[in-house]
Design a protein around this ligand. Structure first.
Ligand SMILES: NC(=O)c1ccc[n+]([C@@H]2O[C@H](COP(=O)([O-])OP(=O)(O)OC[C@H]3O[C@@H](n4cnc5c(N)ncnc54)[C@H](O)[C@@H]3O)[C@@H](O)[C@H]2O)c1
Ligand SMILES: CCCCCCC=O
Length: 492
């Protein structure tokens, strides 16, 4: 896309946003339903694009890309009236007779930048919440999954408002240009290194960011567990999408491994329809360089032409090995021996806070201890990645693995401003008059009291407190009258 075209797309989105057409709920519902229709009517095109980009199977496209999106749209459609309703909050006595509430308003024109590994889900999932919250959205798919990027650019304008939701395609030069422009929020999914570039560009406009990054997600196996089941669940999570998943278990802290790979992919994973491919040559050679000098326990064979790297296991890995210095993001699973839970906790805490932590054990005490003594974006115990699928949980990182979170209502919140609203009437002036000059000891006492008390927001409580407010106002009226009389008869 030409630079002028990028500027025009963003300016067009802003102009369209200013017309106010995203404000009515009916409009947002219409866009969300159109998005739903886009997903159902184009299942095959979506599958073909993902097959070309990443060799994804129909099964994986359904469960990892599409189903979650359909559920998020249904949730947003069902909950939109609740999410957008004024949230009445507790008040102090000074505002007891007033309407005090939080109003969720759209942020404006937001930018969503996707990653290539789940190139549909990672663009559309945040888009759902951004539309629900009433924003205009500039969408920047990853150029690395080029077939999906092109498909999104073709399909989205056919279903959604063309001006409000433009798709900008391109690589680093185009992204750099895009990031020079002003947005009201940026949600970026990708690597920590590009995350820094995004945050720096956003800072120039004081634009808030949500950064969905990656890192090395550890997986601790305690001997008190069903090892067979544990290894199956870990292998599923490590090797799906050929290991190119942000929350895949990056390495194992333990010393035994029961191999379920033959059961998953047969004798030759290269011929298995369920086994994916590395996205491009650059990433394949990056992965091969991580394996250099290591004694591979299982797999390790590759085919550059086919972008194939076998499901690979490396046991007894030295924590200082290259494979332990950066996120693997491929089908390689190092096993690092640890002496026990204490050792594992220290190992985790000595490194950057990960996006996910996985613990396999039957020991409830140990689960609580590990959750209490470590930190990560999310935790799943006795399984991997499942927390991603629960829309009532916030999904995001901490420290180097990300800033902010989304999914379900959290996406709506990410793209909404919580506006503090107080609606007063002209009545009850005696209650207010305690703050007006001239200041007196008695007024100070009353104001302190009125400001300090905080009360719940239930209807019954509000009525009771309202009644109390009227009584206090009456008392203050009498008090004020005497104060005035006193001032008049005692000048100075
Ligand atoms: N937390 C999550 O939800 C999540 C999901 C998927 C991937 N990830 C992480 O993303 C990483 C892999 O994804 P990726 O390779 O697409 O990430 P990336 O950071 O290389 O690219 C992401 C986006 O940034 C843009 N970009 C790349 N270089 C740029 C530059 N110099 N200036 C401006 N923009 C630039 C690309 O166009 C792309 O759209 C992994 O670390 C993975 O863990 C995180
Ligand atoms: C259930 C796993 C999907 C994760 C997609 C986001 C990370 O890459």
């Amino acid at each position: 896309m030409e630079m002028k075209g990028i500027q025009q797309a963003v300016a067009g989105a802003r102009m369209a946003y200013r017309t106010g057409r995203t404000r009515p709920l009916a409009f947002r519902v219409k866009q969300l339903k159109a998005l739903q229709k886009m997903l159902t009517e184009n299942e095959d095109k979506i599958f073909q694009a993902l097959k070309k980009d990443l060799h994804k199977s129909q099964f994986d496209v359904a469960i990892f890309e599409v189903v979650g999106l359909q559920n998020e749209i249904t949730l947003a459609l069902n909950k939109l009236p609740d999410w957008t309703a004024p949230e009445f909050v507790s008040k102090n006595m000074l505002t007891i007779m007033d309407e005090v509430y939080i109003h969720r308003e759209p942020l404006g024109v937001v930018l969503i930048m996707g990653a290539w590994n789940y190139p549909l889900a990672l663009v559309i999932q945040p888009l759902i919440g951004a539309i629900a919250a009433g924003n205009a959205v500039v969408i920047k798919p990853s150029e690395v999954s080029e077939n999906m990027a092109q498909l999104l650019q073709k399909l989205l304008p056919q279903y959604l408002d063309k001006e409000l939701y433009p798709v900008v395609n391109g690589a680093v030069p185009e992204t750099t240009e895009l990031l020079k422009l002003q947005f009201d929020h940026i949600l970026f999914t990708g690597s920590s290194s590009v995350g820094k570039i995004v945050m720096e560009a956003a800072a120039k406009h004081l634009t808030p960011v949500t950064l969905e990054l990656g890192g090395k997600s550890p997986c601790y196996i305690n001997k008190n567990c069903n090892l067979d089941v544990a290894c199956r669940r870990i292998a599923w999570a490590r090797y799906v999408n050929c290991g190119q998943t942000c929350i895949a278990p990056d390495y194992i802290l333990f010393n035994i491994w029961l191999d379920p790979l033959q059961m998953f992919y047969g004798d030759d994973p290269q011929t298995s329809p369920d086994y994916g491919r590395i996205v491009n040559r650059h990433h394949l050679s990056r992965l091969l360089s991580l394996l250099e000098g290591l004694k591979v326990t299982h797999g390790g064979d590759y085919n550059t032409q086919q972008l194939y790297l076998a499901p690979t296991i490396v046991a007894n890995v030295d924590p200082n090995a290259k494979v332990m210095q950066e996120e693997i993001f491929g089908p390689v699973l190092p096993i690092v021996p640890v002496a026990g839970a204490e050792d594992a906790i220290n190992f985790i805490n000595n490194r950057d806070k990960p996006l996910a932590l996985y613990i396999f054990t039957n020991d409830k005490k140990l689960i609580n201890r590990m959750i209490a003594e470590t930190s990560s974006g999310g935790v799943t115990v006795n399984d991997c990645m499942i927390h991603y699928s629960i829309s009532s949980l916030p999904f995001g990182g901490i420290g180097k693995s990300g800033i902010g979170a989304y999914h379900g209502k959290f996406t709506f919140e990410t793209f909404s401003h919580r506006r503090a609203c107080v609606i007063k009437s002209f009545r009850m002036e005696s209650l207010n008059s305690v703050r007006y000059p001239p200041a007196t000891e008695s007024k100070l006492k009353w104001t302190r009291w009125l400001l300090m008390k905080s009360h719940g927001s239930s209807r019954m409580k509000q009525m009771m407190i309202g009644l109390l407010g009227v009584l206090i106002a009456m008392a203050l009226k009498v008090n004020n009258k005497y104060l005035h009389l006193y001032s008049a008869t005692h000048p100075g």
